[in-house]
Design a binder for this molecule. Structure first.
Ligand SMILES: C[S@@+](CC[C@H](N)C(=O)[O-])C[C@H]1O[C@@H](n2cnc3c(N)ncnc32)[C@H](O)[C@@H]1O
Length: 214
């Protein structure tokens, strides 16, 4: 898959190149790589990114929330899809230097105008926004998955989509992934399934039978 917009495609190719370099460095570092995780993109990956992009195009959300900008890989896909459907994209990240890099790349791609970059702790930033959210990517450090989901859940619109990454890989994330999947399943109005896409995506929709908008 390619972006039809040459500026976006160029930035995507740069990210893909860095991803290869990152993967080689991480292989070299082995378990020591975890302590240096802030140096790496750690993105959702191409397959998951295109799937999320497709979902946004198909679902046409008004407000999109990305938890975990990192260096902007998934933000590029989200911003492109947001531009296509006229959505607002809010992206949250704790590390200012990562978000600054993301902003630079999105500016190069001509997409920064579609992104509301918010820097700080996601739980604090979430408390400051009353929502509603129509589409959410949960992709921050995994010990924050359950608290972030619980903070977002009351602010989801009817038929909102929540996608959570790293449900299968890396292995170390599995206990937190399991806890998140249980938290989602405990809500009576969340329909959810684990997809074998990328590193494992939990695809959840807020929906109650007989309460569909369409
Ligand atoms: C796996 S990376 C996100 C990858 C990104 N979504 C992508 O696909 O390119 C997780 C990010 O969450 C950020 N993060 C960790 N704790 C956070 C917090 N409390 N608030 C906001 N962001 C946080 C980390 O700094 C890291 O950049």
């Amino acid at each position: 898959m390619r972006f039809e917009d040459a500026k976006v495609q160029l930035v995507f190719e740069d990210y893909s190149q860095r991803l290869e370099t990152d993967a080689a460095k991480l292989r070299e570092l082995g378990p020591a790589g975890f302590a240096r995780r802030d140096e790496f993109l750690l993105p959702v990956g191409e397959e998951a990114a295109w799937m999320l992009h497709s979902l946004i195009i198909a679902r046409r959300p008004k407000r999109i929330l990305e938890l975990g900008t990192s260096y902007g890989y998934s933000t590029l896909f989200f911003a492109h899809a947001a531009r296509e459907v006229g959505a607002q994209l809010v992206t949250m990240e704790l590390a200012d230097y990562k978000q600054a890099h993301a902003r630079e790349q999105l500016e190069r791609a001509g997409l920064a105008i579609h992104v509301d970059f918010r820097c700080g702790d996601a739980l604090e930033l979430l408390a400051e926004d009353s929502g509603e959210w129509d589409f959410v990517l949960l992709d921050i450090w995994k010990d924050l998955y359950v608290p972030c989901f619980e903070a977002v859940y009351p602010k989801l619109s009817e038929e909102a989509v929540v996608c959570s990454d790293n449900m299968v890989e890396p292995e170390a994330a599995r206990p937190n992934a399991r806890a998140l999947r249980e938290a989602i399943r405990s809500k009576p109005d969340m329909q959810t399934a684990l997809l074998s896409v990328g590193q494992g995506i939990e695809l959840s929709v807020k929906w109650s039978a007989g309460n569909a908008k369409l």
